[in-house]
Design a protein around this ligand. Structure first.
Ligand SMILES: [Zn+2]
Length: 291
């Protein structure tokens, strides 16, 4: 509590100073802001495809950071304050913390939830904070091309609202993007079918939507954000074997640790993945091709 108050005080003080320094340069209207903010890199891929030459796009979650634990800093909040609009997915963890601070300190920042219309999977994911968060649905929405298509539609609607001059352009680009995403979805489906794979293993269940889209079973190794006990570990290995898992995925940059030994015990390859990237279509293909 004390830390969080001290933090709030610090960034408000820094921002007040920054605003007084730049007040004379600012026109005072939000419509002149040329930056849009997103939480996650896959959203940046979508938004740049739609608005890349009309706005700069700033991603708040740094590459390789954990979306459930990352703590937004003063620089992140200043970038948000300077943004014409912040496109969120309304997920718990870092995004929830960021939104609380933005709303408390910069109520004028336009926030747009672009996850509207996405049907969230429940029962696959629990809070890693060990708190008693209810099950608001699995937050790893970017593991699905079908979810991404809904995000792109919602972004297009908001872009037309904040920059009406670009309406025809945004709609035309969204049509092209939807064709690209539809083709990617079909290709992923064919690759998964051709692989004959029925399941995969992951330490943290971050591909629930991918599994849903392509009829796969995701076997998670952790329990409420913690590594499994030896008894649970043996059970998970047995479960991975019986489900016919063909590969173990783990987050790039994380120590595969126990995951690696499970992969060895089951006799399947361990493959590093990272969906928190603007090269998101290529990473989705990499996942499917590893099955
Ligand atoms: Zn998660």
């Amino acid at each position: 509590m004390r830390l969080s108050k001290a933090f709030t005080f610090t960034y408000v003080a820094v921002l007040a100073l920054a605003m007084s320094l730049f007040a004379s340069c600012s026109s005072g209207t939000s419509s002149t802001k040329k930056t849009l903010a997103v939480s996650f890199a896959p959203q940046a891929y979508l938004l740049k495809s739609l608005a890349g030459d009309r706005f700069d796009v700033k991603t708040i979650l740094p590459q390789g950071s954990d979306p459930e634990t990352y703590d937004p800093g003063v620089g992140d909040l200043m970038a948000l304050q300077d943004s014409r609009c912040y496109f969120t997915l309304s997920t718990p963890g870092f995004e929830e913390k960021t939104l609380e601070r933005v709303r408390a300190n910069f109520p004028d920042v336009d926030v747009s939830d672009v996850s509207v219309g996405i049907e969230r999977i429940t029962g696959t994911h629990r809070s890693t904070h060990g708190d008693s968060h209810g099950d608001d649905g699995d937050p790893h929405l970017w593991g699905s091309v079908r979810n991404a298509r809904l995000m792109a539609d919602a972004m297009t609607g908001k872009l037309c609202e904040i920059d009406p001059e670009g309406t025809a352009l945004y709609r035309h680009r969204n049509d092209s993007l939807q064709r690209v995403l539809s083709a990617l979805d079909s290709r992923l489906d064919s690759i998964v079918r051709a692989s004959g794979s029925k399941a995969f293993v992951m330490p943290h269940p971050s591909l629930s939507y991918f599994a849903r889209d392509y009829g796969l079973r995701q076997v998670a190794l952790e329990t409420e954000g913690k590594e499994a006990s030896p008894a649970q570990y043996a059970e998970r290995v047995a479960s991975a074997i019986s489900s016919g898992a063909s590969v173990l995925f783990y987050e790039k940059g994380h120590n595969p640790g126990q995951a690696q030994s499970v992969a060895e015990a089951v006799g399947i390859p361990a493959v590093a993945v990272s969906l928190n990237t603007e090269q998101w279509p290529a990473e989705m293909l990499h996942i499917a091709e590893s099955l």
